[in-house]
Design a protein around this ligand. Sequence first.
Ligand code: ZN
Length: 73
Amino acid sequence: MSPSTSPPDSKLLVAKENTDGICPECGDTALQRYPVLSEGGWFEVVKCRECLASLSRTPWSRLGTVTRLEDTL
Ligand SMILES: [Zn+2]
């Protein structure tokens, strides 16, 4: 049923959102922004869909006043 090993970034509760940019690792533009839950709490990350490089990782409060996600839905 559930995988035996699950990296923090796989705990997705919100749909991924395409975002503009170029991956510095592989040069691809398939970047995605989404919140993830890890040891330090919620973070909003931007990752390359091709090579899974992390481009940014910023603290994100799911219960706060962040409206960016809602604004895009
Ligand atoms: Zn990449």
